[in-house]
Structure formats: C-alpha cells, structure tokens
Design a protein around this ligand. Structure first.
Ligand code: COA
Length: 325
C-alpha cells in the first residue's frame, strides 16, 4: 500500500534571537563569524512558559486544521524529540492528551535524525494497514539544553516543531527507498554527559556544565558531509534513480556549509536544496518537517514530486529517504 503525506504544519516560538542578540548573552560570539561559518542569522527561542510539548501541539493543530482532520481521525502519534518535557512520561503522551487523541503515542529519540526515524516508522503502520491516519511530529527546544555561554554551540541551535499527517496513498506514493543507520561508537562526538542514569545530575555535574550538550564540531562537520553523501547515494541506487529525478532536497538544517558541501560533492546545483537555516538555526528533529512545511506552503511541492529527505546527528544516527509526495 502506498503512503501519502496528507499535509504539513509547523510552529516556531515568537521570540527571535539574532546573532547580535546572541553576542549580548555570549560576549565571545562574533555575529559575523556565526553567519560566515554557518549561514545562521537568527533562531527562535521558546518562551519562559513554553516547552517542546507546546511547540508540538501548535504544529499538530496547524496540520490538522489545514487537512480538515479531527482528533477522532488520528489513530497513531509519534513524536521525534531529544528535548522531551520530562524524562518520564513521554512528550507524545502529553501531546496526545492536549489534542484529545484516542491513539497509541510514543517518542522516538534519534536527535537530529528524529523526524526521519519517526516518519519511516509511522509509514510502516500506515502501509501495513495498522494505522489509518498517523500524526508524526518533530519538535525540539534546543535552547533548553545548550549552554548559552558556549560560543562553539549556542549560536548553532534554535527551537521549533513540524508535523505531517500520513495516510494510505496511491501505489505510486510514499517511500521509494530509505536508509536508516546508527553508529554508537561516535556517541561522544555529540552528547549530554550528565543527567541520565549513567551520570545522574549532581552539583559537580552542573558546575562543570556537563548537563549541557557537548560537541566536537569540527569532526561532526566532516562526518556529516561524508555520511550524508554516502547515504544519499545508497537511497538513489536502491530506488534506481539519479539526482536528476529528485524534485527537492530537504536536508537537516545544521549548517549551510554542510548542505552546500553535500550539493557540491553530488554535483547538484545548490539552489535545488531548500534552506531555512538562516532563520531558525539547527532545530534538530523539527528541521526537516519545517523545511517540508515551508516548501509546501510556498507551492514548491506538487503531488508526484520525489522529495529527498535526510537527517543526521547525535547517536550517531542518520536517515535518508526518497518520498513520492
Ligand atoms: N564566534 C567567534 N569565534 C568562534 C565562535 C563564535 N561563535 N565559535 C568558534 N569560534 C572560533 C573557534 O574558537 C576557533 O578559534 P581558534 O582558531 O582561535 O581556536 C575558530 O573560531 C575556528 O573554529 P572551528 O571550530 O575550527 O570552526 P569551524 O569552521 O569548524 O566551525 C562549527 C565550527 C561548529 C560551526 C562547525 O564545525 C560545524 O558546523 N560543525 C558541525 C556542527 C553541527 O552541525 N552539529 C550538529 C549536527 S546535527
């Protein structure tokens, strides 16, 4: 059975933090350096009383309203996030309650690949007839887990959410191929050492900032470019398609230089990649559905188009797919 993306929705918090405002919080942050090295000009930041659940609910409400889908119609909810409201319960359960769904609900934790893992999982339920209407959300409040005084990480990340509704489609629609992967040997390249069962939160852990995200930026960069190119080649080969068959490249928005390097290595014109990293920074699991929703709203996606989606991040995890809209 084919699977279709019925519609898309998204939400970003109201507060904009420009590179100049970033420098007010983190004096070592050079606004021009940030834009030159990452392409990021500003990012959105959750309000004092907002959390990942609020972002997810707002994105979900938007896609439901656009698609004319009611709570009673949804029989599966998956939330990709690595900044849940709580360690327990899952954010998906909080979202389920707020939306009034009568559906199983669970989180998927795959960091910046969270949406790729979630949307491919949701599609399995729909393709096997085990769900009629799956709501898949990617949502992250990265500003809550990033040390705003750390110039090597703080300017890169922002907050947001994106959502899609999946239902049965025509035989031509859905995933032509996908490739999900993991490599835990690289766990230390991007991690939050303190706050889990291994190293519960202690005063020492907080004093040494170990409860915040830590990153080996330079090696993550090199790994990302290499891995994304390889993964795209895998999905193209397995679908027996070429880059010319792709209507739109929707890559995880971590750094404009990563995306441009991937485009150059694939010999694809950079303007075939949809980018919004300049407005939102890296929103982790939200970034691909934010791209999909913006491109869709701007009329840049038509039924029958082949969309290449690719997420990559902590774990290490990555996931790439060719999806016929
Ligand atoms: N403002 C000013 N200077 C900064 C800075 C900032 N915000 N952040 C770092 N610098 C400095 C560094 O301290 C370094 O100074 P030094 O040469 O005196 O040591 C210099 O700029 C160059 O740093 P470097 O780390 O080599 O820069 P880079 O070109 O590798 O860019 C990243 C750094 C983090 C932007 C880049 O490595 C990157 O994007 N990595 C991938 C990160 C990512 O996407 N992670 C998420 C994956 S899902």
């Amino acid at each position: 059975m084919g699977v279709q993306i019925v519609d898309t929705g998204s939400y970003v918090p109201e507060t904009v933090r420009t590179n100049l405002q970033m420098q007010e919080i983190c004096p070592d942050c050079d606004p021009e350096w940030i834009e030159q090295r990452t392409g990021i000009r500003e990012r959105r930041i959750v309000g004092a009383n907002e959390s990942t659940c609020d972002l997810a609910v707002a994105a979900a409400q938007q896609v439901m309203a656009k698609a004319g889908v009611y709570a009673k119609d949804i029989d599966l909810l998956i939330v990709g996030t690595f900044t849940p409201d709580y360690h327990c319960p899952s954010t998906a359960c909080l979202v389920q309650d707020r939306l009034g769904l009568d559906a199983p609900a669970f989180d998927i934790s795959a960091a910046c690949s969270g949406f790729m893992y979630a949307v491919t999982t949701g599609a399995q339920y729909v393709a096997t007839g085990n769900a009629k209407m799956a709501l898949v959300i990617g949502a992250d409040s990265n500003s809550r887990i990033v040390d705003q005084k750390d110039r090597t990480i703080a300017p890169l990340f922002g907050d947001g959410a994106g959502a899609v509704l999946l239902s049965a489609g025509t035989l031509q629609q859905g995933f032509k191929s996908y490739h999900l992967a993991s490599d835990g040997s690289g766990a230390g390249m991007l991690d939050r050492p303190c706050g889990g069962s291994k190293n519960p939160i202690t005063a020492e852990g907080i004093a040494s900032r170990q409860h915040y995200l830590q990153m080996d930026g330079r090696n993550v960069f090199k790994w990302a470019v290499r891995t994304v190119v390889e993964s795209i080649e895998v999905v193209l080969e397995s679908a027996q398609l070429s880059v010319h068959d792709v209507s739109l490249f929707a890559l995880h928005q971590a750094n404009q230089r990563i995306i441009d390097s991937v485009a150059d290595k694939l010999n694809v014109s950079r303007d075939r990649f949809y980018n919004n990293v300049h407005k939102y920074g890296n929103t982790s699991a939200a970034s691909i559905p934010l791209v999909l929703d913006e491109a869709n709203s701007e009329g840049k996606i038509d039924r029958g188009d082949t969309i290449l989606m690719c997420g990559f991040g902590a774990g290490l995890t990555w996931g790439t797919s060719l999806f016929v809209w």
